[in-house]
Write a protein that binds this ligand. Sequence first.
Ligand SMILES: [Zn+2]
Length: 218
Amino acid sequence: MKRVTLTFDNGPHPEGTPYLLDILAKRSLEATFLLVGEKLRDPQLRKLAQETRNQGHAIANHTLTHGVPLGKRPGRDVAEREIGEAQQMLGELATGKLFRPNGDKGQLGPHMLSEDAVDYLCENRYTAVSWNCVPQDWIMPADAWVGRAVDTMKTQDWSVLVLHDHCVDAGKHVGAFLDRLAGEGWEFSLQFPPDVVMIKDGVRTPALEGLYSPRSAG
Ligand SMILES: [Zn+2]
């Protein structure tokens, strides 16, 4: 059976997040929302994050600022700020210590993490996940991502799909997309397949290979 893990990145978003919560609730589906820490300084967005958690979804850390990817910004201080401060912002809303770095328009590669960030994640016993299906929901027309998602998902047994709260127009097509998957017998999961789990409870896995920038020797 084909399986899919639903993830929504870069939220909360004042319009997109409530819309997605409604779509998921109507279908009794749960997803992981990966939040940008600094957004929670806005009380309205913090309330949305709380609502997300109340509805049974998982909440994870998607950096403090979603700035230049961490692989291009080595340094312990950067890791502490982008990962540690974000986790503090999430506080009790976080579902454990689950982190996803930001990439560059969904690209996988050494730009995602510095070795300092990897060390920080390991020392603080985080689990860090990547992705294997980014249908670029930010590209118009707003429904075109659906075909791209299905094309990729058909090629693998367990897809970790990345959509975005802030892609509000694309989000209008999520409901029909989920209904289609359900109709085709797809299994929805809140877990992550081993091939996207780069760090598991503070331990590096083979999936980390090629997804961080090692400290240069000397
Ligand atoms: Zn992101």
